[in-house]
Design a protein around this ligand. Structure first.
Ligand code: C2E
Ligand code: MG
Ligand code: MG
Length: 754
């Protein structure tokens, strides 16, 4: 393609040279000279047409029609020269002036102007095209006014030509000036180097064309025949250069497809204003008292400037409104955004300060919103956010202002508060309002909020502190099981800090040997003999000291660290029991706690099997304690429990009776043991608790399950439990959880626990 372009350039040079030579050789022979002019011009414009039309056909970008318009222009040129040929070489008469050829030429000029303005429109965005066209029109009015006043009228007076004759003649350079202006602007607008080269080619063409047109005007107005001399090659070159630019752009479609992001500063508008002032000065200088072209031109210019200024002002106003809306609103929910919050909170705090009132800030975060996005997709997530926004606006009414400041995070500002009751009613209405399921595209979704509250001035005197504290309170609400609200208090930070410390500390705790196991006896209360032991995890944090498993296990579950920790517990406990068995100590079974997250790992069964193999412990000595929450994933859990049964491992439901699905769980899950929760044992004097213990023991026995009571601390409890046929027990009464070394004493003594 590049070589073709080079050949095309060479063609233009040879063409120009031979054209000029022809005219020079036949400068004395009119017919022959006209023949050359017309044939050369027809060939030139036809070649240009072919190049441009081809460019139109291969161009796939938005600039296609620009090339089509240029090619039509070239076709008009060919037609104009056919008319010349008809008159000058067939009829052998002079071309009438102005003729159809002139109309075609002027039509070509108009098409070119339209093509370039169209191209400018594509390069600019729609906002800025109007001032651009306006500037061109304004510029041309000034040129026309000046030419009418100083060139056309005087020339008409001298030459005796009609105004229409002179006007047609002068239309060419006037158009040229328009082109020049458009071409210069496009050159400025073009961003990449290739586009600049492209416009430079076209621009050079315009310069040559202007020279040609000026020569033409000069000859025409002096009544000298201009057509048919050296001007014609000058007209053909720009045409061919346009064709060349077309060839060039075929190759650089991508580069020339870019759009100018904004209207490049219009330097030439200064030139416009200078022209207007120049016109004004001329009027003053000439001290005109009658209306003439200058006054008309000047008035039109001023009028246009005023119209433009007004339209710009109106547009700016509209734009400002749009920008303001966009700047202060969240596009998804149409709620106010963070920027608006920053503005509002300052105002609210200033007002509260001067009135001595309180103001409250609520931070709302949706619970498990990420899950909705991940499982149902972002579209449903977005719809849910919209519905939720509408609902809080409805429940809030006029009591406060809602903002969306990020994904699923909202703020509510309650500006005028005299007592706490308003905050509580608002919070409760939000919690209640969101408790009803949302129906989105056939999905019934329940999404709950966690709300943190901070109050001015008690919990923060400035916006930043209020937001920080409300945020901390919201985190606490999440910690406390979500779907609730928390009011900020200074200890929150300590709590959150401790949690963070635990989370960080858990990482690497295994490698640093910070974990150990304690063992607590499980006793047959009828015989008083120990039958088993529960392994309970202990963690010694370097700064926090001993941390309770009740505190760190939930954190480990949240972060997933429980998987490796749990594996360590199982392995260590199995090794220990095996060690005792090998040492000939009494055989007891081992219970190990397993968290839900661990239990539902794909390789859980494999992990248990591996550990049993590695430690050589007989599977019948192992019991895994799980909580009834595994019922949430009934099918999978049942399968795992069956697999464990096949392995020979026993399973028990820990803390039985605390969940709402206990009895259902019993019926469905293939487990071997029920561990009656400590809360029932604590107050066995309460007849209700006695009834529960009795019922559970009966059901358990009838289902062939072992029932064991947890947290036994007093003799009295043992008696009661035995009375209700609960045979097994665990608790401080028989022994606290102790390190392996100490537990060994229980085994060695083989003492009676009851
Ligand atoms: P759990 O499995 O229900 O364990 C019984 C808890 O009750 C133990 O607390 C034990 O020390 C305590 N306990 C036993 N008898 C009595 C008593 O007579 N009175 C009182 N007040 N408490 C008694 P611990 O060791 O603090 O463990 C708390 C919970 O942490 C365990 O409850 C269990 O859910 C979890 N946990 C402990 N170790 C592990 C583990 O290795 N893995 C997993 N996933 N969870 C564990
Ligand atoms: Mg347990
Ligand atoms: Mg328990």
């Amino acid at each position: 393609m590049a070589s073709f372009r080079r050949s095309a350039f060479l063609f233009i040079l040879i063409y120009f040279f031979t054209f000029c030579t022809w005219i020079f050789i036949f400068r004395e022979n009119d017919w022959m000279r006209f023949l050359g002019t017309n044939i050369f011009s027809m060939i030139g414009s036809m070649v240009s047409f072919i190049w441009l039309f081809q460019t139109y056909q291969v161009t796939t970008t938005k600039y296609r029609y620009f090339w089509l318009l240029l090619s039509i222009g070239a076709l008009f040129y060919t037609a104009a020269y056919s008319i010349c040929f008809y008159y000058q070489n067939i009829l052998s008469i002079a071309l009438p002036y102005p003729s159809w050829a002139d109309i075609l030429w002027l039509a070509t000029y108009s098409i070119y102007l339209i093509a370039f303005i169209y191209r400018a429109k594509l390069m600019l965005n729609s906002v800025s095209i109007r001032p651009f066209i306006f500037n061109i029109v304004l510029f041309m009015i000034i040129v026309v006014a000046l030419s009418l006043q100083y060139i056309i009228e005087p020339i008409c007076e001298i030459s005796g030509n009609s105004i229409s004759y002179t006007l047609v003649t002068l239309a060419y350079p006037i158009f040229d000036l328009g082109f020049l202006l458009v071409a210069i602007s496009l050159y400025y607008l073009s961003q990449c180097r290739d586009q600049k080269i492209f416009f430079l080619v076209i621009f050079t063409g315009f310069i040559i064309q202007i020279i040609g047109d000026l020569l033409y005007v000069y000859y025409s107005l002096n009544n000298t025949s201009a057509v048919g001399y050296f001007i014609d090659p000058f007209w053909q070159i720009p045409l061919l250069l346009k064709g060349l630019a077309g060839l060039y752009s075929q190759e650089h479609q991508k580069e020339t497809n870019s759009t100018s992001p904004h209207y490049v500063k219009s330097n030439y508008s200064i030139f416009l204003y200078v022209s207007v002032i120049f016109l004004l000065l001329l009027i003053i200088y000439k001290n005109y008292h009658h209306i003439d072209f200058l006054i008309i031109g000047f008035s039109l210019t001023v009028l246009l400037i005023i119209v433009r200024q007004l339209s710009i002002m109106k547009k700016n106003e509209k734009l400002m409104e749009e920008y303001k809306y966009l700047a202060y609103h969240d596009p998804l929910t149409s709620l106010y955004n963070r920027s608006k919050f920053n503005v509002d909170i300052q105002e609210v705090l200033n007002q509260a300060k001067s009135n001595g009132n309180m103001a409250a800030l609520l931070v709302i975060d949706l619970d498990r919103f990420k899950g909705v996005n991940d499982t149902l997709g972002h579209y449903i997530g977005d719809e849910l956010l919209k519905e939720f926004s509408q609902r809080i606006q409805t429940v809030l009414q006029e009591r406060g202002i809602v903002y969306r400041i990020g994904g699923d995070e909202f703020l509510i500002l309650l500006p005028q508060i005299t007592d706490m009751s308003l905050i509580l009613t608002v919070v409760e209405s939000i919690l209640k309002g969101s408790s009803k399921p949302f129906s989105i595209k056939g999905n019934k979704l329940v999404i709950t909020p966690s709300i943190g509250i901070s109050i001015y001035p008690e919990q923060g005197e400035d916006a930043e502190l209020l937001l920080k504290n409300a945020d901390a309170a919201m985190y606490l609400a999440k910690e406390k099981g979500k779907n609730n609200f928390q009011l900020y208090n200074p200890t929150i930070h300590n709590l959150l800090f401790r949690k963070m410390n635990i989370e960080n500390g858990l990482r690497g705790a295994i490698e640093k040997n910070q974990f150990s196991l304690h063992y607590q006896p499980k006793v047959d209360m009828r015989t008083g003999k120990m039958v088993g032991t529960e392994a309970l995890l202990r963690w010694e944090h370097p700064e926090l000291g001993i941390v309770s498993p009740a505190e760190f296990i939930p954190v480990a579950e949240e972060t997933g660290q429980i998987v490796s920790i749990g594996e360590w517990v199982l392995k260590t406990a199995c090794e220990q029991i095996k060690k005792w068995q090998t040492a000939g100590l009494p055989l007891i079974y081992l219970s190990v706690n397993v968290s839900v997250r661990q239990f539902q790992q794909n390789d859980f069964i494999q992990m248990v099997r591996n550990i049993l193999q590695e430690t050589h412990l007989d599977a019948h000595f192992l019991e895994l304690e799980i909580t009834e929450s595994i019922i949430q994933n009934l099918k999978q859990s049942t399968e795992i429990l069956y697999d464990l049964r096949v392995l020979g491992v026993r399973t028990s439901i820990d803390d039985f009776g605390t969940g709402y699905s206990s009895l259902y769980a019993l019926k469905t899950l293939p487990v071997d043991v029920i561990k009656l929760d400590k809360s029932f044992i604590d107050d066995l004097n309460d007849p209700a608790n006695q009834a529960i213990v009795k019922a559970i023991t009966e059901i358990g026995t009838s289902l062939n399950l072992q029932v064991i009571a947890e947290g036994i601390e007093e003799e009295q409890q043992v008696k009661m439990l035995l009375k209700h046929n609960c045979r097994y027990g665990q608790g401080y009464l028989f022994g606290r959880p102790v390190p392996a070394k100490e537990f060994e004493k229980h085994l060695l003594n083989n003492r009676n626990f009851v």
